[in-house]
Design a protein around this ligand. Structure first.
Ligand SMILES: Cc1cc2nc3c(=O)[nH]c(=O)nc-3n(C[C@H](O)[C@H](O)[C@H](O)COP(=O)(O)OP(=O)(O)OC[C@H]3O[C@@H](n4cnc5c(N)ncnc54)[C@H](O)[C@@H]3O)c2cc1C
Length: 619
C-alpha cells in the first residue's frame, strides 16, 4: 500500500463538525478561552455544510423574551408536550434561556431578518418561529467560526475518537482523513465537542434508484455524531425516538410556512378533514395526550398514516385557495427559494401549479435527530443550577466520557432546538469545555503513537480491500471478496426498513422483528470488514456506512427495550400498541461496551422540573 502522510495537531478544544452547533461551539470557545488553541474539523466545507447548507426561511426557536412573547418555561412545556412527555427539561430550559441572545447576534452579523412593519418586532411565522431571508444563514455563522478558530480544517472526516491511555474513560482527541488528498490526520485534544449532525439514510428512503439521495434530511448526515461516542462507550438516550416528517411529496419541501402563514390545510382524496376521524382510535392508544394542544407531531402523522392505510390517500395540501392571493402565492414559492429549490423543480416536472392543483404530501422514511421534533442522542450532563443529581456530573453538555462534549443533533433529550438552539447549545458546550480545561481536568492525557497508527491501518483498510480484491474480478463489477459502500448501504437500509419499522411496513415492528433485525445487523457488522473503496470519496462512503451501521444497532436496541408505542406516527410496536405511562414514563439510556460490542440498557426517571401552565396559574 502507498505510504500516507500523517499530520499531527495538538489543541485544547477540537470541534468535530462545523454545522450550526459546531460553529456556535467554535465561536464561544474563543470568547471564554482567549489563549486556547481551538480547531474545528469539518467533513465538507463549513461555508455550506450541515442541514442549513442551502439556507433556511425561518429560525424555528426564538423566545422573544424582550417583548415578553414567550418564556423558556413555555418552550419546555411545548417540547414536553410534542415529545409525549419525555424530554430532558433541564437541557431544554438551559437552551431556551440563552437562545434569544444567539438570534440577536445573527441579526448583528447581518442575517436579513423579516420585521413586522406594525410592531417593529421580528416577523413571527408561528409561536416559536421568526422569518428570515436565510439563503446566506450558513456562510454568516461560518464566518464567525472562521474568525474564532485557530484553524478550520475542511474536507476531513473524523472516523474515531482517541482515548487517554491512563484513564480509559477520558477522551484524548480524534483521527480522520482528508477526502481530497487521502492524508491521515491526528488531532490530540484536551476536549472534544462533537457536533456532527444526525443520521439520514439508515432506513430505506422512499426515493430509490430514480432519485436516490432525495430525502428530507440531508444525505450527508451519516450518524457520526452517534457512532463516535457509541464506539467509545458513551451513554446514549432516546435513540428509539426516530423522526418521520410529513412533507410535500418527492421534493420534501417544508410545510410549516404553508400551514402557519398561508393558512393552507390538509385533506384526503375525498376532500375530507381526516384528522378528526382518527380522534377516538388515537385516544384508545395514547389516552389524554391526544387532547393536548398543539397536537403532538407524531399523532398528526398517525392520522395521516392510518388514513392512507385505510385507502383514502393521497393526502393533499389545499393550496388552491391561498394561492389566489398574489401575495401569498409569492410567499409560497419564495418559501422554497431559500431552502428547498428542488421542490419547485419537482412540481414543474410533474406539471403541478399549486394555484390550480393541490399538491400531495407524504410521510418520510425515519431519521435520527436530536435537534428537531425528536430527541435522540448522547446522554449529557445538564447545567449546574437546575439539573437534578442524576442529570448532572460537573460540566454542562459533557457526555459520560470525561472531556467529551456534545451539541445540536448530537445531544439527546432536548428536542426543538433547531438551528438557533443548536448554535446555542454549541456555545454552552464550549463554555463548559473551557471550564473543564481551566479546572485542570485535562492534564497528562496520554495518547501514544501506536494508538494513532492502529487507527490509521483500520481507516485505510477499505482501500486495501479494493486494491487486492479487484484482481479477482473476471467480468463486470461483481467481486467475490469485497462489496461497495452503496451495496452495504442498501443492505443496511433494507434491514432497518423491514425489521425496525420503516416505510415499507408502515412504521410497524415488534420484538421478534427487532431481534431478527439485530441479528442481521450483526452479520452486516462482520461483513463491513470487507467493504472496498476505489478512491478517497468511496473511502468516505465506507466510513459513513460504518457509522450508520453502529447508529442503527443502537436505534434497534432502544426500540426493542421500550415496550410500548410512545410515539404512534413515528413507529409502532405491534406487540405493545398502547402508550404505557405506568411502566415507560422514563428515558431509555444505553451503553455499548467498547470491548464486547454488547449494549446494556437502563431506564432513567424523567424529571418534570417545569410546572404545568394550569398549575402555575392556580398557585
Ligand atoms: C430539512 C431540514 C429543514 C430544517 N428547517 C429548519 C428551519 O426552517 N428552521 C430552523 O431553525 N431549523 C431548521 N432545521 C434544523 C436545523 O437545521 C438543525 O437543528 C441544525 O442544523 C442542527 O445543527 P447541528 O450542528 O447539530 O447539525 P448540522 O448543522 O447538520 O451540522 C453537522 C455538521 O457536521 C459535519 N460532519 C458530519 N459528520 C462528520 C464527521 N465525521 N467529521 C467531520 N464533520 C462531520 C457535517 O458535514 C455538518 O457540517 C431543519 C433541518 C432540516 C434537516
Amino acid at each position: 500500500m502507498p505510504k500516507r502522510k500523517t499530520h499531527h495537531e495538538e489543541c485544547d478544544i477540537l470541534v468535530v463538525g462545523g454545522g450550526m452547533a459546531g460553529t456556535g461551539a467554535t465561536f464561544e470557545a474563543r470568547h471564554w478561552g482567549r489563549d486556547l488553541k481551538i480547531i474545528c474539523v469539518e467533513k465538507a466545507n463549513i461555508d455550506r455544510s450541515g442541514a442549513v447548507a442551502q439556507g433556511l426561511y425561518a429560525i424555528n426557536c426564538y423566545m422573544g423574551m424582550q417583548w415578553n412573547e414567550n418564556q423558556p418555561e413555555d418552550h419546555v412545556r411545548y417540547a414536553r408536550n410534542d415529545l409525549m412527555g419525555l424530554v430532558r427539561e433541564d437541557l431544554g430550559y438551559d437552551m431556551a434561556r440563552h437562545v434569544d441572545s444567539t438570534v440577536h447576534m445573527f441579526d448583528e452579523w447581518g442575517l436579513p431578518m423579516m420585521k413586522n412593519p406594525k410592531t417593529g418586532r421580528y416577523q413571527r411565522e408561528g409561536k416559536w418561529q421568526i422569518m428570515i431571508h436565510g439563503e446566506s444563514y450558513k456562510p454568516i455563522v461560518a464566518e464567525a467560526a472562521k474568525k474564532s478558530a485557530d484553524k478550520i480544517y475542511n474536507r476531513i472526516m473524523i472516523t474515531h475518537l482517541l482515548m487517554d491511555e491512563k484513564n480509559e474513560n477520558r477522551v484524548g482527541g480524534a483521527v480522520g482523513f482528508n477526502m481530497r488528498t487521502g492524508d491521515f490526520y491526528v488531532f490530540r485534544a484536551k476536549t472534544v465537542i462533537i457536533a456532527a449532525g444526525g443520521a439520514s439514510h439508515i432506513f430505506k428512503p422512499r426515493a430509490v434508484g430514480e432519485g436516490m439521495g432525495r430525502t428530507w434530511y440531508a444525505p450527508w448526515s451519516n450518524g457520526s455524531a452517534y457512532a463516535l461516542p457509541i464506539e467509545a462507550g458513551a451513554k446514549m438516550t432516546q435513540m428509539e425516538n426516530r423522526i418521520v416528517l410529513c412533507r410535500f411529496k418527492d421534493g420534501y419541501g417544508p410545510v410549516g410556512a404553508y400551514f402557519l402563514h398561508l393558512k393552507t390545510y390538509t385533506q384526503n382524496a375525498n376532500g375530507e378533514n381526516y384528522e378528526k376521524k382518527w380522534y377516538e382510535q388515537t385516544k384508545k392508544l395514547v389516552g389524554e395526550y391526544i387532547d393536548h394542544h398543539p397536537t403532538p407531531t407524531c399523532l398528526r402523522n398517525h392520522a395521516f398514516v392510518q388514513e392512507v392505510m385505510a385507502g383514502r390517500g393521497p393526502i393533499q395540501m389545499v393550496t388552491k385557495e391561498a394561492f389566489q392571493d398574489p401575495h401569498l402565492e409569492t410567499i409560497g414559492w419564495e418559501n422554497f427559494l431559500g431552502m428547498t429549490v428542488g421542490q419547485a423543480v419537482v412540481w414543474a416536472s410533474q406539471n403541478i401549479d399549486p394555484k390550480y392543483t393541490n399538491p400531495e404530501l407524504t410521510t418520510s422514511e425515519p431519521y435520527v435527530m436530536g435537534s428537531h421534533a425528536t430527541c435522540s442522542g448522547a446522554w449529557v450532563s445538564g447545567p449546574e443550577d437546575i439539573s437534578p443529581p442524576e442529570y448532572y456530573w460537573g460540566y454542562n453538555r459533557m457526555m459520560t466520557i470525561q472531556g467529551l462534549f456534545g451539541a445540536g443533533d448530537t445531544v439527546g433529550g432536548s428536542a426543538h432546538k433547531f438551528s438557533s438552539g443548536s448554535f446555542t447549545e454549541g456555545r454552552l458546550a464550549a463554555k463548559a469545555a473551557v471550564k473543564y480545561i481551566g479546572d485542570q481536568k485535562a492534564k497528562d492525557i496520554k495518547v501514544s503513537d501506536k494508538q494513532c497508527e492502529d487507527f490509521k491501518k483500520i481507516i485505510y483498510k477499505p482501500l486495501e480491500n479494493y486494491t487486492v480484491g479487484r484482481n479477482e474480478i473476471t467480468g463486470g463489477t461483481v467481486s467475490p471478496s469485497y462489496f461497495s459502500p452503496i451495496q452495504g448501504l442498501q443492505r443496511l437500509q433494507k434491514i432497518m426498513d423491514e425489521y425496525v419499522g420503516g416505510i415499507s411496513v408502515n412504521y410497524m415492528t415488534n420484538e421478534n422483528l427487532l431481534k431478527k433485525g439485530l441479528e442481521l445487523l450483526k452479520w452486516l457488522e462482520e461483513d463491513l470488514e470487507h467493504v472496498g473503496a476505489e478512491d478517497y470519496h468511496q473511502l468516505m462512503r465506507a466510513w459513513e456506512l460504518k457509522h450508520r451501521a453502529i447508529t442503527s444497532q443502537c436505534v434497534t436496541e432502544h426500540t426493542l427495550f421500550r415496550k410500548e408505542t410512545r410515539w404512534p406516527g413515528y413507529y409502532y410496536r405491534g406487540d405493545y400498541m398502547k402508550l404505557d405511562d405506568e411502566n415507560w414514563h422514563c428515558l431509555t439510556v444505553s451503553r455499548r461496551d467498547p470491548k464486547t460490542g454488547k449494549f446494556a440498557m437502563e431506564k432513567i426517571p424523567v424529571y418534570h422540573i417545569i410546572g404545568d401552565e394550569e398549575k402555575k396559574k392556580a398557585s
